[in-house]
Ligand binder design. Sequence first.
Ligand code: NAD
Length: 246
Amino acid sequence: MRLLNKVAIITGGASGIGKETARLFAQNGAKLVIADYNEEAGQAALEELHALGAEAEFVRADVSNREDVQNLINTAKSKFGAIDILVNNAGITRDGWLVKMDPAQWDQVISINLTGVFNCTQSAASVMMEQGSGVILNAASVVGLYGNIGQTNYAAAKAGVIGMTKSWAKELGPKGIRVNAVAPGFIMTGMTDKMPEKVLGMMEEKTPLRRLGQPDDIAKAYLFLASDDASFVNGAVLSVDGGLTL
Ligand code: NAD
């Protein structure tokens, strides 16, 4: 019960890492608002949370749309009276070689993975500043730290998320708000599990712990950072990658 009665918003909470984080937070006593642009998956995830006995809401929201985001924040505030934790988890990939990358691929990834994080944080931070407390957790990636072939757009967005995390840790820290990021390595979710067996085997071989990451590996890192156990952790970027990037 490390998050007893804390109100947490998790974007992209309908699947993968976000869904697992919502489940773990609920098991630790949090009240949840999961936001996703996939209505059907969001409703299904909500039913699973209710089955666990959690107090939870689903809000359909596209994080790149400022009106959707303001509605999300307003709904969370009016339903639960506070916003203690925001997990900026929603994200996509649209990979391609630099010279072949369509401008739309660039725009989509930047608007969701970078501007989406800005939109949600800007709206939630006003509420947290009034409260004088809050925790903001951002989904970065080891790609944002080290780059990756075919992921110019994704690397730029995730590096930007790291820059925003550090800036907000400085700006919001004095207001009682901690801001940290998690940089996952290769985690088995809908984002990665369609990769050929050969690539998955290669990733496993390159990882010193000799296994691929699972959504709960990241959810547990978010739980630590969201909890009071991390009360002096601010502006950190925690790599959770089994040592892949060493
Ligand atoms: P996923 O595809 O399983 O889940 C992402 C969720 O975000 C989906 O439910 C999707 O509908 C939602 N989403 C996408 N765009 C949205 C938008 N505009 N508005 C609202 N919801 C939106 O992916 P995942 O692997 O669980 O990824 C979660 C986060 O972790 C992402 O930010 C991703 O970049 C990051 N990450 C993942 C990995 C990995 O290996 N899986 C590695 C590093 C970082």
